[in-house]
Structures are given as C-alpha cells and as structure tokens.
Write a new protein. Structure first.
Length: 190
C-alpha cells in the first residue's frame, strides 16, 4: 500500500510537471533595420595653364625646363568639390629646390613667387590659404594664383637647381562645422 501511495504521488508530480512544461504563451517579435549613410568629402586639385588645347580645354601644367631668372609661368591651381556636400577648402603651398649638388632645401625667400588671389583666398598665417566661402557640390574655386615667377636676382647657389612648388589641398564638411572656414574643425593634422 505504501508503494502504491508513493507511485500515485510520483505520477501526480509527473503530471503536474508535464502540465507546467507544456504550457504555451503567445509571443511576437519585430525588427527594424535602419541605415544611416554619412556624406562624403572629396575634392580634386586642378593645375591648369592659361594655354588651351585643340579641344579648347586648358592644358594641365607639366614640368618646366630651361628656366631662367625673371621667367614667369602660367600655373592655375583650383580645387573642385567632387562630392555631394558643401566643404570648406584650404591649400598649403610648399616651396623648395634641389640644388645642382643634390641637396634639397626649403625656400623661405622670394626665389620663386606667385601672384596670390587675396580677394578669394585668405592667408591664414599658418601656412595655408583658406577659400573665402563654402564650396558647393560640383563647384570649383577661383584660382589661388595664375602665375609663378623666378626672382630676377637668383644667386649662383641656384644655378642648375630644380625648383618645386608643392600644393596640398584639404577640405572638411560644412554641415554642423562652424559658420566660416576659420571656425571649421576636423582639418587633417600634419
């Protein structure tokens, strides 16, 4: 009898466990997939000359050979915004020379100069020239300058030298980034 009571109790517990384990609940789920794509910042540095080809397009600047003191050459650097958002633009101009003996030097004098466009480009005093306004998608800046000149009074140090005028254009987004090119943040660090 004791065994029957134990068996009945065990079956009762098993039945309770089965009822609890077989309970069903109504369940639902949902999922949202949101995609946020950031705008890009992309520019193109264009260096043309005042000469045009047979197709009427400006001829890009190439290396100049056999230059003499006092010579001037057409060099028209501009920046084009090739992305969809507005950008602030700046250009850094580096000047150097490789002397006939192979030494490379940075030029701090007026051995090679440019006629800077100070109406549309602002000298930041930090080595950069800043474009005076935001550049819209597809727009191109006014030229930073249109001509470079070797000084008349070049010393013999520069006899046989190769001069370089290196331009580095940079851009940052306008959206949520200051009211002017000087307020903008996020410029690449040197």
């Amino acid at each position: 009898m004791k065994k029957q009571k134990l068996l009945a109790l065990g079956l009762s517990l098993l039945a309770v466990a089965m009822v609890g384990g077989t309970s069903a609940f109504f369940v639902t789920s949902d999922r949202a997939h949101n995609v946020i794509t950031t705008s890009g910042v992309a520019i193109e540095l264009i260096e043309d000359t005042n000469q045009t080809g047979v197709d009427g397009r400006p001829i890009p600047l190439t290396n100049i050979e056999d230059a003499h003191p006092g010579d001037s050459y057409s060099k028209i650097p501009q920046v084009k915004n090739v992305d969809e958002g507005e950008v602030w633009v700046r250009i850094k101009v580096g000047r150097g020379a490789k002397l006939d003996n192979g030494d490379e030097i940075t030029i701090s004098d007026n051995s090679i100069s440019a006629n800077y466009n100070t109406r549309n480009w602002l000298n930041g005093g930090d080595g950069y020239y800043y474009y005076y306004r935001a550049l819209k998608a597809g727009e191109t800046t006014e030229p930073l300058f249109t001509e470079v000149t070797l000084a008349n009074e070049l010393s013999n140090t520069y006899n046989g030298a190769t001069f370089s005028l290196d331009l580095q254009a940079e851009a940052v987004q306008v959206a949520n980034n200051g009211l002017s090119v000087y307020d903008a943040e996020g410029w690449p660090e040197e």
